[in-house]
Write a protein that binds this ligand. Structure first.
Ligand code: BG6
Length: 482
């Protein structure tokens, strides 16, 4: 890994303390970060370098309670950690501390990481340029969400694009850094078995579920303005859909891949007022229990009324040759019964039944992204024994934990190193982000016109009953592959 300087804006915020600094520490511990690489934290809080290092260590220990790290090891890691108290979005701010911290950079790779609200991306980019810090080849990393809709995404992309070239802009969708998500391309295109059946001839439908048990928590002010559609579907779920649905790329070049992904986004059938009730379900959690513990309802946590959705289920269609008539059911929610993300590929029923008792379950492929990463093919098998033709539905199981005994780097570790190496394929291109917003904005407009209800679901359940009914109407049901 080449030497680099990374400047983290929003260094005392949740993302930086919970994910970025710990990820840099893990990569450093594994020997991937050279002694000469530097981390510069920037934030408005008044603090010195020692104070910042302590703060970062405290939150590392809080979020990684099972890992031991002593002061000496942390001290060695933070030897090259600096902190600058500065309001980077303010035009008059004094950047001399940052400039000093970056002295003697030579030809090191420079990376600006904006762990900030997206409304500040434009101003901070302009101020970086005004401070003379965007040396040739410098890269900028932007967190999702890029804006709150198509128009604000365009404005942000234009403002950042006025300072950085598109191939210097790394828009993070941390799902693209997950091990199993990266494996989707390998699974589909580096095995000969799947591609011939990966289409409407053989596949009945696809389900993509990202269920969480956490609530909106400490991010309520952001979350209440965003909701599940903008927080999760616009980015993570649509990226997964793209990887499942895209055509085989010519190679793994970053633009070849992204060219294929954007074709899927463009093929998404718009959801409008006419079909919004049959194609979407909005939900919000009320009081309930998760793992035997009482969980408050969303509005109670928020401290006031709100009609923000914390759950959404969508019936999507990819209108192209490959996927004609194959629905893609997407759902995601907070405070659901358990935390898991998975993709289910359900194949069509067999053409002719040889036994006439029970209807046979369909062949399913379960791609489990988290936890218990793995891939299962669910098949009908004969139950062994002399008792005649008894059938069982069993998995052909590839469990990552059993197959590969290693610690999986967190998605952020992988993505940070990808930025250093310049691997743009794991990041969203400008046109991708905008195409995803266009579809999502259509749904939001339709909700507003239709006044689509937000159904209540008890915390600790699978979401509102209407989400099950949406599939039931089509003779299908959500499948949990666990
Ligand atoms: C983030 C969302 O992008 O992804 C959060 O803003 C969500 O609301 C998180 O909790 C889920 O990520 P993961 O990696 O825990 O599945």
């Amino acid at each position: 890994v080449p030497e680099f300087d990374i400047i983290v804006f929003g260094a005392t915020g949740d993302l930086a303390l919970r994910k970025l600094i710990p990820s840099l520490f893990h990569r450093w511990r594994d020997g991937q970060i050279s002694k000469t690489s530097r981390i510069v934290g920037v934030s408005r809080a008044e603090m010195d370098c020692v104070g910042f290092s302590k703060l970062a260590l405290g939150s590392f220990r809080e979020f990684h309670p099972s890992e031991r790290v002593d002061e000496a090891e942390w001290g060695a890691f933070t030897n090259n950690l600096r902190y600058c108290g500065l309001d980077a979005a303010h035009a008059e701010a004094d950047w001399s501390y940052v400039r000093n911290a970056l002295k003697g950079a030579g030809d090191k790779q420079r990376i600006f990481y904006l762990a900030l609200p997206p409304a500040l991306y434009g101003a901070v980019s302009a101020n970086i340029a005004a401070a003379g810090l965007n040396q040739a080849g410098a890269r900028i990393v932007l967190e999702k969400p890029i804006g709150a809709g198509l128009q604000s995404a365009r404005d942000i992309n234009a403002a950042v694009g006025a300072v950085f070239n598109e191939d210097e802009i790394y828009r993070i969708d941390h799902y693209l850094g997950k091990e199993t998500v990266q494996n989707l391309i390998v699974l589909r295109f580096m095995n000969s078995l799947f591609e011939p059946v990966w289409n409407a001839n053989a596949i009945d439908h696809v389900e993509i579920t990202v269920a969480e048990t956490i609530g909106a928590g400490g991010r309520a002010s952001y979350y209440d303005a965003a909701g599940a559609l903008r927080d999760m579907v616009q980015n993570h779920l649509l990226q997964l859909l793209c990887l499942v649905a895209m055509e085989p790329p010519l190679d793994l070049d970053s633009d070849t891949l992204r060219d294929e992904k954007i074709k899927v986004l463009r093929a998404l059938r718009p959801i409008s007022r006419v079909n919004v009730r049959s194609s979407t379900v909005r939900g919000q959690y009320g009081k309930g229990a998760i793992d035997g513990e009482v969980a408050a309802g969303y509005c109670e946590e928020l401290g006031g009324p709100s009609d923000t959705e914390t759950f959404v289920a969508i019936r999507a269609n990819v209108d192209n040759w490959r996927w004609k008539g194959v629905p893609f059911y997407l759902r995601t929610g907070k405070r659901m019964a358990s935390r898991y993300s998975e993709i289910i590929i359900q194949f069509k029923d067999i053409a002719h039944a040889l036994v006439d008792d029970e209807p046979l379950p369909p062949t399913r492929m379960v791609i489990r992204l988290q936890p218990d990463e793995g891939v299962k093919l669910l098949l009908v098998t004969k139950d062994p024994g002399p008792g005649g033709m008894r059938l069982r539905y069993v998995p052909l199981n590839l469990s990552y934990a059993e197959q590969f005994e290693a610690r999986y780097p967190d998605a952020y570790e992988r993505l940070l190193m990808a930025v250093v190496r310049g691997d743009l394929g794991l990041f969203m291109r400008r046109d991708e982000v905008e195409a995803a917003w266009r579809w999502v904005d259509g749904i939001r407009d339709a909700w507003a016109q239709d006044d689509t209800p937000v159904y209540n679901y008890a915390a600790g359940t699978e979401g509102p009953a209407q989400a099950a009914m949406m599939l039931d109407r089509e003779g299908r049901e959500w499948f949990n592959g666990a």
